[in-house]
Design a protein around this ligand. Sequence first.
Ligand code: BGP
Length: 476
Amino acid sequence: MDKHFFWGGSIAAHQCEGAFEEDGKGLGIMDLVTDGSHERPREICKTIEKDKFYPSHTAIDFYHRYKEDIALFAEMGFTALRISVDWSRIYPMGDEEEPSQAGIDHYVSVVEELLRHKIEPIVTLCHFEMPYHLVEQYGSWTNRKVIDFYLKYCRTMFEALKGKVRYWSTFNELNHIDPATEASDIFTYIIAGMKYSEMEHPAQTLASIGYHMTAASVKAVRLGHEIDPENRIGCVFGLQPVYAYNCRPDNALNAFQEMYRDFYQLDGMCRGRFPEYKLKEYERMGIVLEGLEEDREDFAKGTLDFIGVNYYSSSVGHCEEMEGDETLFGGVQNPYLELSRWGWSIDPTGLRYLLNAVYRMYGKPVIVTENGLGAVDVLEEDRSIHDDYRIDYVSKHLQQLKLAVEEDGVDCFGYLMWGPIDLVSATTGEMKKRYGFIYVDKNDDGTGTLERYRKDSFYWYQRVIASGGEALDGNG
Ligand code: BGP
């Protein structure tokens, strides 16, 4: 791979930092979500209840251990790390006049530590970390005032990290909410702090949230470019190929529609205008959007510099001939693919398919901002962890990524593995669903020493990076 290709990983503040009450941090939406499991959904609370366990409150204590963890990433040879800033550390309530200096200082220190190790920081401005007060007091993204609060927060970070951070993402996975389809509570909550089942007019609410976040992103891109023209600003999407079950035209059309449902915001951010087809659909559904005229210029001038793709699995479009289990992100399970223990299909070819689709559609540089396998790891007595299944997963995906770049000509400039250090699962709240190259001694109930241990995959990824992506087989 090109020598400028970014090799690294992605983490998110609410899943790794802990320290949820330190240095004036406000309550973030994920601070109200309890632990759960594959079988038991996480509970979404309105206040913190004493007898419940909230994994984000302590997480893996990255807030205090970031130096030690960044040294481990450097040891693996990382050239990039995607982190997120927790909005509620900068503006604890979201609507204050002045930001919290302690919050800003913390992220400046983290970024400086990365730079000291020659690791490029890639900063997500909102990875499910909205101040809860903005939900309670203002109705979250249904209210256009929240766009202004978000932009104020973005300005604070663009200015604080000017000259230090060049790569930004306005949001993480603001997709998965489409007014035409039923959403799950956890998805609408992590994106906007609101439960789907409690929305009075779900279609209108989801459309407003989706539109306002898209408008917030294009405005943030403009702002970031004004503050520093060197800034490269993208947005991260959680995408998956949806295959047609067979060549019956109806099935092909349905699979297409199910797949591209996740793309309307990306269209809006890349093509200089909010998509006409979505407005037509809204008209038919009686949905009204506010601010279209006012935001027009921002859409035209705030197009993305790059696209971040989070890729985990693929699915099959619904059709009469096949009944299968529903997947988390829509569509049904593909009978040709194996599933992870959490029911996510494993489809390396899907990564090549998706990178091609996204690159050909928009012609913009693409980066894999997340990819990985959630699995149960065993810590042996000698503190080793033999995770050959993870090596196999990442290796096969990297082989497909290479084909996309070297044979198909996709301009993909990096691979960031999700959760290079074990952290709290977003959908289930578990620690046991581990992604890392680095094992963290922490259990689902919060017990554990928090010690870090290198897994077999740690040494494997180190060899992959050192070889510039050549040594992809299990033995390096
Ligand atoms: C993505 C999110 C991440 C991460 C990942 C894995 O959608 O951007 O925050 O959590 O999925 O999901 P999980 O943690 O539920 O296994």
